[in-house]
Design a protein around this ligand. Structure first.
Ligand code: KG4
Ligand code: ZN
Length: 347
């Protein structure tokens, strides 16, 4: 079975072709530089860019896979969550493609795809705990199979990636912030300052990062106002201390959830899963407890077409397809799929 995946939920346009043999080809066009001029993603610009590059990316990915449009059995497309205008471009393109070629259509939940992304390179173990840490989400799931997830905890305010982006903005380092903060933190001393960690109660698996962000803002303000000679710490120290506070909470809550669920594997996905400090500390803590942790490679942590194609592939195998009336959903929790029970991925 030959399946094309299309991702256009935010500022990356990405496509990929998969078959039973795995990933055959992929193409990605990032708009990050364009949005960096404005300090964040501009939805109108994002939608227009998706429209202009999608046909070229698809043509190239198909050629690289040695396939013609008519060879495709299915087209999987991200239908949410994300920017509505951007999602509609991908979804309309996918529908047109299916109408023109007779391929089957399936709508994919972007969060679902992120959590299955480790499976692009290694066979994942189930049941497992899934930590999704991206620019818009910080969610913990119990994953019983590739198609059955239950939400255990989530951020009540900012997502972890959003906190990285906001702190980078406070520091005047531009957008997106995760990678720059991580690079800056490498030369800092995480112990120089202690920022607060929000545990949300002893048993809670929910997260909160807005208090941390405010603490960094206040610390940075007094740091910037102080004469250079009187500063007790550097910008790199603040970056390292902030990163450590985020990583502490992510690692401890994930492992608490693993223990509570009685599973022996975890998947960590989404843009923040690129973070080397998070990967290092999560793996070390998991190893001590005999738990396997699966991460996608960094290119598959951030938005990509391969994860959409793979997730669509799993759904086609189960006989799931969508009609041409399938809609885009700006908010699309995994426990809110049409016809789905809470926690069950269906339809
Ligand atoms: O998954 P993703 O590409 O897009 C969403 O679906 O949100 O994640 C993007 C997020 C951004 O907030 C970015 O700052 C963060 O992932 N990110 C990182 C790193 N690389 C990307 N956060 C921390 N450390 C990184 N190395
Ligand atoms: Zn994403």
């Amino acid at each position: 079975m030959l399946c094309l995946g299309i991702e256009s939920s935010c500022d990356e346009t990405a496509v990929a072709v998969v078959s039973e043999g795995g990933l055959l080809s992929e193409r990605l066009a990032s708009q990050a530089d364009m949005h960096a001029l404005f300090g964040g993603v501009v939805p109108e610009i994002a939608a227009r860019e998706h429209l202009s590059v999608l046909p070229v990316l698809c043509r190239e990915a198909l050629a690289a896979a040695g396939a013609a449009p008519g060879d495709l059995d299915g087209v999987a497309v991200a239908r949410g969550p994300g920017l509505l205008g951007s999602l509609l471009v991908g979804l309309s393109f996918a529908k047109g493609f299916c109408l023109g070629t007779g391929a089957r259509l399936v709508g994919v939940n972007h969060l679902h795809a992120h959590l299955l992304a480790p499976g692009l390179e290694r066979e994942m173990l189930f049941p497992a705990l899934g930590l999704l840490v991206s620019g818009g989400h910080t969610h913990l799931y119990r994953m019983d199979s590739p198609g059955s997830f239950r939400l255990l905890g989530r951020t009540l305010d900012d997502a972890a990636g959003e906190a990285f982006d906001k702190v980078a903005k406070i520091f005047g380092l531009g957008y997106p912030g995760g990678r720059v903060i991580e690079a800056l933190a490498r030369s800092g001393d995480a112990g120089a300052i202690r920022f607060p960690r929000a545990w949300m109660g002893k048993e809670s698996l929910d997260f909160s990062f807005s208090g941390l962000k405010t603490a960094v803002l206040l610390q940075h303000r007094s740091w910037a106002e102080a004469p250079e000679a009187e500063r007790a710490c550097s910008l790199a120290d603040m970056a390292a201390a902030f990163q450590e506070a985020v990583v502490d909470v992510l690692v401890q809550k994930t492992l608490a959830a693993v223990e509570r669920m009685g599973v022996s594997a975890a998947a960590v996905a989404g843009g923040v899963a690129c973070n080397g400090r998070l990967r290092g500390r999560m793996s070390a803590a998991a190893q001590e407890r005999g738990i396997s942790v699966f991460y996608p490679r960094p290119a598959y942590c951030t938005d990509n077409g391969a994860m959409i194609a793979l997730t669509g592939y799993h759904r086609f195998l189960k006989g799931e397809t969508a009609g041409l009336d399938v809609d885009a959903r700006s908010k699309f929790p995994m426990d809110d799929l049409p016809g789905g029970r809470r926690g069950e991925l269906q339809g």
